[in-house]
Structures are given as C-alpha cells and as structure tokens.
Design a protein around this ligand. Structure first.
Ligand code: EPZ
Length: 421
C-alpha cells in the first residue's frame, strides 16, 4: 500500500485546476443506462470510484471507453439487472444504479450496500420512493429484490428523512420517475449541485423535470430517452478542500476551472474566519493570512455547510484563534478524523455529534492513517501546516475522490512524496 510523506510548515502558492465532480459523474453514469443511445460525457475525473462504476457498467453489458477525461457509454448491450455484492461492497454509490435498473428492466436484484466509517447508510428512502412508483421491493439474503411488472407509475413522494433530504435517494427516484407513466412530485428532494447536474443531464436526454435546484420536483414521465453529450460540473468539495489547504498555510493559491457559486454556506464560514478571497466566473484566489477566527459550523443539506467539507474545515479550525464548535447534522458519527488529527497536535474533543476544537499555536508532523475519503483530506490539510514530516498511510482512500492529488499539491508548492508503505 502507498503512503504520502509531506514536509509541512511552508506557505503555499500557485495554481490548480479542479476536476469534474465525483458525486455528479457517478449518478450520471448510472442514469446513462436509461436509454439505448450512447452518451459522451466530458470532464470526467480519473478516480477509483469512476473506475469501479465503469467495471459495474461493463459487467451489466454496457460498452464503456474512457480516455482524456471523456467517457463514452454504449448501454445498448446491457442484459443484466443484477448488481452483485462484489461490486456494491467496494462503492456504496453504486446504489445509484437501482432506480435506473428498475426503470429499464422493470426489475433489479441489488446487493444491500454495507455501512461505512462515516456512519450507518440506510436506504429506506430509496426503497420508499421506488415503492411509491409501483415497485414491489423485498430484502432477501442481503439483496434488494425489486419488481415492477406492471411498469412504474407517477405518484406524490415525500422523500425527507430524519436527517433531511437524501442526495442519492433523490437521484434514484428521479431516474425511475422520468420513464414512469404519468406525473411524479418529489417533496423534500435534495438540491445539491450534483443532483441538479443529473436532472439537467436527464432533461437533455428528453426527460421532463421541473423545479430542479429546489426541494420540490415535478416530473412528467416520457416514453423514451436519447443518449447525449454532457459535461460534468466542477467538483465543489475538491474546490473547498484546496481553499482550506491554501488558507491553513497562510499562502495565496488560485483555484481554476471551479464553480464558486456551488459552495453556499462554505463561503460564509470562510469570510467569518477572516480569510479573504477573490471570486471570478470560474476561479477563486485565496489570500491567506497568519491567523483566523474560531467558528461554529453545522453541516446541513445544500445550500447549508457541506458534510463533505466538515473534516477539512476541522483541520483548518485546529489552528484558529479561539474555540470552535463543529456539529455534524448529516452523519453524526463522521468524526473518525478527530483522533488522527490529535496525533498531529490538534486539541479536539468529540461529544456525540459535536466536536469542540480548541485552537493551538502549531501542529507537528507525525505518522497518521487515512480511513475515509474526506477524513484523509483533513489529514493532508493538517500535514501541510504541521512542522516537520507527516506520513499518511492508506492513501488509496484519497484516490477515490481526488484526481492527481499529489501533482496538484506539488503545483502549489507542497513538498510531498508517494512511497511504498
Ligand atoms: C451523498 O451520499 C454523497 N455521495 C456523500 O458524499 C455525501 O456526504 C452525502 O450525499 C450528503 O451530502 C455521493 O453522492 C456518491 P444522503 P448519500 O442520502 O446520497 C440519511 C463523499 O465523501 N439517509 O444524502 O448516500 C443518511 O443516513 C460522500 O463524497 C436515510 O436516512 O447521502 C444521512 O444521514 C460521502 N435514509 C442523510 O440521510 C436513506 O434512505 C443524508 O444522506 C438515505 C439517506
């Protein structure tokens, strides 16, 4: 297995280009099977999760080519509606194929996705939404067995759960509803930019979806969809990760090919910390400073503060002036990064779904272990500011969601090496 070795404590400066959004491309790849026509998808990041989704699509019978950030998916040969455990266990986001498979075959057999380090990942809302559209769904021996022999029919669906909206449940229900008979209304839909990108892709294929970007979607079912050419939106979580990487070192970095307006509450918090930045149409310049204020941060569904930037923000706040409080309202267990960050000298204590971060004067390099995609990014951010050498093992977690991460970090002046563990 590989590890990063980072020599931290330096001000960063330079430019990076953000890649396409992981959480947009995965549901769009799943939705591409809804038609017999080919889809050509541009700005696709070379991530482990994308390669996993390619494997699953090929297993189902699709033809897939991926080069120079462009995916060509030919779903005409798809002849399977089973998603086996071997695939689903490696990537929970494969659940975004459930809705498209039921819409396409009127049936699906799908391994139940496991939990993960950020908490239990129920799929009750996915199942409720698909049942409301007429799918008969049973759980047998760890598999979701879905049948919709009479086809799917439009319905009113309240899709909110105890933690608010669900991104992939909204994606699944939307993909099933676009080919259902009649009209569907989804109340309490997720409105993340990635969900909007999927809705826009489906509309481009001929779907009739109204209200995208809001929590109330109206969908008129159509008979068929056509394959189209599409370009994935920039990855807002990668963007926020690099903003914090620049800010924690007091440096000035320019983040290009991004979409600044997809980061709602994140900018509110960055401004409140005293960090200044210039925003352009597709770039951000972060003007680092030697100190910043402590903050209270609560993660919420979009446009609230993104849970996928919670760990990275925690690393940044570990060096703030004062005491910060971070409350995780989406995944209350999402604190696996706390103990590893404390190995680097942070002073963080967890109390349930809340963490208290007492700002310290400096961090010091240490050996730490990556455990989850965004927790690993937090360790990198802390390592950039820590005096001396930080070794981060199990960096395969990072490759799931950050394309060319080492190269991009070097572009902004980070002394980093990838070594065999
Ligand atoms: C998506 O996961 C993202 N993954 C996650 O990013 C992200 O953290 C999450 O949305 C929240 O923004 C992809 O898009 C591939 P949810 P998803 O359903 O859709 C509860 C990353 O690092 N819930 O929006 O699985 C759930 O437990 C990953 O890139 C139910 O109760 O998340 C959570 O508390 C990590 N029942 C809340 O809803 C359900 O049926 C939001 O989860 C489904 C979800």
């Amino acid at each position: 297995m590989e590890k990063f070795e980072i020599n931290g404590g330096k001000k960063l400066s330079g430019k990076i280009e953000v890649s396409g959004a992981k959480n947009a491309v995965l549901p769009i790849m799943a939705a591409s099977i809804l038609t017999k026509g080919k889809s050509i998808i541009h700005n696709v990041p070379g991530l482990e999760d994308v390669f996993t989704m390619i494997k699953i699509l090929k297993y189902l019978g699709a033809g897939v080519k991926f080069e120079n950030k462009t995916l060509e998916i030919d779903p005409s040969g798809i002849n399977k509606f089973v998603a086996p455990y071997e695939f689903v266990k490696t990537m929970r986001a494969s659940i975004s194929l459930l809705g498209p498979l039921i819409a396409k075959f009127k049936r699906a057999e799908f391994s139940l996705p496991g939990g993960c380090v950020i908490g239990s990942r129920p799929i009750d809302l996915h199942i409720k939404g698909l049942q409301k559209l007429g799918a008969d769904i049973k759980i047998n021996d760890g598999y979701i067995i879905a049948n919709a022999n009479d086809g799917l029919k439009g319905n009113y669906i309240f899709l909110g759960g105890n933690f608010g909206s669900s991104v992939l449940a909204t994606c699944n229900v939307m993909c099933a509803a676009v080919l259902a008979e009649g009209e569907t209304a989804i109340e309490f839909a997720a409105s993340e930019p990635e969900v909007v990108d999927l809705a826009d892709y489906l509309s481009g294929m001929g779907a009739k979806i109204y209200g995208t970007g809001s929590s109330f979607l109206r969908i008129e079912g159509v008979k068929k969809l056509d394959g189209i050419e599409w370009t994935i939106i920039p990855d807002r979580i990668e963007t926020g990760t690099f903003v914090l990487a620049g800010a924690i070192t007091g440096g000035e970095i320019v983040i290009e090919k991004c979409q600044p307006y997809h980061l709602g509450a994140f900018w509110e918090k960055i401004s409140a910390s005293g960090i200044t930045y210039d925003v352009g149409k597709d770039y951000i310049r972060v003007n680092g400073r030697p100190s910043w204020k402590a903050l209270d941060v609560v993660t919420l569904p979009y446009p609230g503060f993104p849970t996928d930037l919670q760990a990275q923000m925690m690393a940044f706040l570990s060096l703030a002036d004062g005491v910060s409080i971070v409350t995780e309202k989406i995944f209350p267990e999402r604190f696996i990064h706390v103990l590893e960050l404390n190995r680097l000298g942070t002073n963080i204590i967890r109390d349930g779904a809340t963490a208290i971060i007492r700002g310290v004067k400096n961090l010091h390099g240490a050996k730490v272990m990556a455990s989850d995609l965004r927790a690993s990014a937090a360790l990198v951010i802390a390592g950039l500011a820590a005096e001396g050498k930080t070794e981060i093992s199990r960096i395969y977690h990072l490759r799931r969601g950050y394309e060319d991460f080492e190269k991009k970090l070097k572009n902004i002046g980070v002394e980093i090496k990838t070594l065999e563990e």
